[in-house]
Write a protein that binds this ligand. Structure first.
Ligand code: UDP
Length: 458
């Protein structure tokens, strides 16, 4: 699907996002950024997503009684490899000047090299994560500790970032021959063969890690984010990923009726799927905080019965709380002045969207690289309070008790520490907006990339 071809029809960038919300949403925003600079952009996707690439359907379609599991993800990756041959044929036909392809399509680097086209990798995460991945690949600190809970520092990563093996992806803790471990090796090989990384981040947010990745590890990377900030109109903020399950006007009216910074927004992205016991715990905790809230839950209401919701919860919190069952217009909500903090699973997009809105967060990492994002928020930026999850558990997460949730929410909303974090988050949010404006760090990096690509094709 061609997005635009205006001032510079000569430069043609072809995007191939992975079919999961956390990967596709930012890549679609990225195509907009290139198109706004007059570059011809093409998004390659599956017929299921063709009608609306913002509505990401493929990974959603992977069936499971409890969200997605590792085995299914492995099968999905295997199926993703089948794109190789048709993708190569497409490249031969349309001869783009650059490929921006998700990291999961490792084979794209070989195709790019075969046709002498620069291939940029995208993996939807931060510079800190890229630095940590390198450290893990080279030094394997997780194999040098006696237990899963013994803390260690990632070698050759600025800032003494601490972690445990329990907080890492199983792909790093399994044996060498495991299928997913082999995938990690393939990602690294593809990274080394590629033209560089394109990252949804901005320099001021993680300067030490941008510098480390470029200057110490010697890799090429361009930061062009926060890409969600290219969505200025209400309809653009609403129409991201999926059609929201709530009428946006109803949501805005509800928020308009609240005091500034008085609402806690609670949402755990597109893949986390907490069990009923965890949802009950959140309900008790949020009620106990006495705060106003918007809570996004993936569990659908069936026959008006939700056995995880404490009896009388909705009656008692009427006017105070709004439960969205399904998909929320997240960026629209975060940007509303009534919202004071975000309880998040620390998916990179959610983290950056919160940073862009200038808000502090309660960090509740579940899996993927979410524990690394939490460390950036709490240890480096100091704009978040953790609920204390200790274990990486695919999709369902490490169980968190109500007292810990209540304590973290209160800490982020009231008191001296809350005021400090709020003011720091506000300052970082202003930096985020400046980064994408003309002359800002991400604006300049995107210009630099486009110039290099234009120069290369001459
Ligand atoms: N999102 C949304 N509404 C929802 C849940 C998620 O708009 O109800 C969007 C969110 O704004 C973000 C993306 O989906 O852009 C989720 O990406 P993230 O990296 O935070 O987490 P993932 O879904 O990959 O775990």
């Amino acid at each position: 699907m061609d997005v635009d071809a205006t001032e510079n029809p000569k430069l043609h960038v072809l995007f191939f996002p992975f079919m999961g919300h956390g990967h596709m949403i930012p890549m679609v925003d990225m195509t907009k950024l290139f198109a706004m600079r007059g570059v011809k952009t093409t998004i390659v996707t599956t017929p299921l997503n063709l009608d609306c690439p913002r509505a990401v359907k493929n990974l959603d379609s992977v069936p499971s009684s409890q969200g997605v599991n590792l085995d299914m993800i492995a099968k999905f990756f295997k199926a993703a490899d089948l794109f190789q041959q048709p993708f190569e044929q497409l490249i031969q036909e349309c001869k783009p000047d650059c490929l921006i392809v998700d990291m999961f399509f490792t084979w794209a680097s070989d195709i790019a090299n075969k046709y002498d086209i620069p291939r940029l990798m995208f993996n939807g995460s931060s510079f800190l994560s890229l630095c940590i991945s390198d450290s893990v690949n080279v030094y394997e600190p997780q194999k040098k500790v006696k237990s899963g809970s013994e803390p260690f520092v990632f070698p050759n990563v600025p800032g003494d970032i601490k972690s445990t093996r329990d907080q890492m992806a199983v792909i790093y803790t399994q044996n060498e021959d495991d299928k997913l471990t082999r995938s990690v090796k393939k990602w690294r090989e593809a990274e080394l063969k590629s033209y560089g990384f394109i990252v949804n981040s901005f320099y001021e947010l993680e300067a030490a890690y941008v510098d480390h990745y470029r200057n110490v590890l010697g890799r090429k990377a361009w930061h062009v984010g926060p890409v969600s900030l290219c969505n200025r109109a209400i309809e653009d903020k609403v129409d991201r990923g999926k059609k929201p399950s709530v009428d946006e006007q109803k949501c805005l009216n509800w928020l308009d009726s609240k005091q500034p910074k008085s609402v806690v927004y609670i949402c755990f992205g597109s893949a986390v799927d907490f069990n009923a016991a965890q949802l009950t715990e959140i309900a008790f905790a949020i009620e106990a905080t006495g705060q106003h809230f918007i809570w996004v839950v993936k569990k659908e209401k069936s026959n008006n019965e939700e056995d995880w919701l404490p009896e009388g919860f909705e009656e008692r919190t009427e006017g105070k709380g709004l439960i969205i069952r399904g998909w929320a217009p997240q960026v629209l909500i975060l940007d509303h002045e009534a919202v004071g903090a975000f309880v998040t699973h620390c998916g990179w997009n959610s983290t950056l969207e919160c940073v862009s809105a200038g808000l502090p967060m309660v960090t509740w990492p579940v899996f993927a690289e979410q524990f690394y994002n939490e460390k950036l928020v709490t240890q480096v930026l100091k704009i978040g309070v953790g609920v204390g999850t200790k274990k990486w558990v695919e999709v369902v997460g490490d169980f968190v008790k109500r007292d810990a949730i209540e304590k973290a929410v209160k800490e982020i909303m009231v008191g001296e520490k809350a005021v400090e974090m709020r003011s720091r988050a506000k300052a970082i949010g202003e930096m985020a907006k400046r980064a994408v404006e003309e002359g800002g760090s991400s604006f300049r990096d995107l210009n630099d990339l486009i110039q290099q690509l234009s120069f290369r094709r001459r």
